[in-house]
Design a protein around this ligand. Structure first.
Ligand SMILES: *Cc1c(COP(=O)(O)O)cnc(C)c1O
Length: 382
């Protein structure tokens, strides 16, 4: 039996440990410290477009602060892509606000501009103007940002980009995370680069980023004693985590290359199986980091379901995972409004995420590909 082939696991480059050792040697173990500042600068420089960055404890915390900064309060409505990980929607609940879920479209798997506008018009008709739009770049694939931003401007509703899975992806040559009024990144252990756990809030609005850093460090007023005039949070990234992040930033371009190489291997060696389709860039204005390589199996012609394929891969110690279950189908969110036509539900039913780590060897990728091929041969439909 081969050793376990994971969906996506941490991949250190080498200099992380030097940065970490530097943090220990200088006794900067506490939260904050020079590596936090350095990491923020590294990210801001990488993203370009004059953004400011606050390094925080997680992507989820970053999204929570984004909503607070936009003034989302109890009783407000927030539009959110349904096909995503629950952390995109949970912060709406933290604020006591109501999530309004929006369908995906087939070409990117991300928020459908059509259903976004339908949802906004319907909510306006009900006398509620949504406070924000949370758009996700699922598995690294850019959403249709021109269309989404045009709707945002037309109705004057700010956009928060959930770029947790999409660091390094671009749309029309511009890095994701620089389109929305605010954006969040994640450095959780499974993401394209990791600080073991962490996240960041990104914006061109420097005041917002300064406010985020203030709220994330217990909202201390300027006074020698502890004085507070806001509710504060303990959401800052530690100097230890940031030191790892600084090393990871050095290998980010290589990680993007490696994840994209995985995808192109799958595509090249599996595309003769007509039942398999890929989550592909619709055209060359979309550039995905292919954090995860995702496929769908044609349910109308083949009897091999994505679930059967996942279980067969599991028998060979190969970890595949269903496409994220849409939020409007989740027990916790099923009573909230949803605007859609079944696209996300279908992607969930027929989709599968294949092993996608940047540390997979060519040999391991071949094992996965050969196993998939053999599943189709035995199901006698190729
Ligand atoms: C991972 C992830 C998050 C949450 O980030 P954490 O750092 O784990 O809190 C949010 N949204 C999406 C789409 C994610 O994949």
């Amino acid at each position: 039996m081969n050793k376990k082939i994971s969906l996506s696991s941490p991949h250190m480059g080498g200099s992380e440990f030097l940065f970490l050792k530097n943090a220990f040697d200088s006794n900067w173990i506490a939260p904050l410290g020079p590596h936090v500042d350095g990491f923020e600068k590294d990210i801001a420089t990488y993203l370009g477009n004059d953004v400011y960055v606050a390094a925080l404890s997680s992507g989820t915390a970053s999204l929570h602060l984004a909503l607070i900064i936009l003034g989302v309060k109890a009783g407000d409505e927030v539009l959110c892509q349904s096909l995503t990980f629950s952390a995109s929607a949970n912060p709406i609940m933290y604020q006591g606000a109501t999530p309004i879920f929006v369908e995906s479209e087939e070409s990117t798997w991300n928020m459908s501009p059509e259903f976004l506008e339908i949802a906004i018009r319907d909510r306006l008709g009900k006398g509620k103007k949504p406070k924000a739009i949370i758009v996700v770049h699922l598995y690294g694939m850019p959403a249709k940002m021109d269309e989404i931003m045009a709707i945002s401007r037309k109705y004057q509703i700010p956009v928060v980009e959930d770029a947790a899975e999409a660091l390094g992806s671009t749309y029309k040559g511009r890095k994701l995370g620089t389109f929305g009024d605010l954006a969040i990144l994640s450095f959780n252990g499974n993401k394209i680069i990791t600080t073991s756990g962490g996240g960041a809030l990104v914006s061109k609005n420097e005041d917002w980023i300064i406010k985020a850093r203030f709220l994330a460090t217990q909202a201390r007023d300027a006074a020698p004693h502890y004085q507070h005039s806001h509710v504060g949070y303990n959401y800052r990234m530690s100097n230890i985590c940031a030191s790892i992040g600084r090393g990871q930033m050095e290998v980010l371009p290589l990680r993007i290359y490696q994840r994209r190489r995985n995808f192109s291997h799958y595509k090249r060696l599996l595309s003769h199986i007509s039942n398999i389709k890929f989550q592909e860039e619709p055209n060359d204005t979309f550039f995905s980091n292919h954090w995860l390589s995702a496929i769908t199996l044609d349910e109308s012609v083949d009897r091999l379901t994505s679930d059967q394929l996942r279980l067969s891969l599991g028998e060979d110690n190969i970890e595949a995972r269903p496409v994220w279950k849409p939020m409007h189908m989740q027990p916790i969110f099923s009573n909230y409004p949803f605007y859609g036509d079944g696209t996300a539900e279908k992607l969930f039913r027929i989709g599968l995420c294949l092993p996608s780590g940047s540390n997979l060897t060519e040999y391991e990728i071949r094992l996965v590909i050969n196993k998939i091929k053999s599943c189709f041969t035995t199901s006698s439909v190729v």
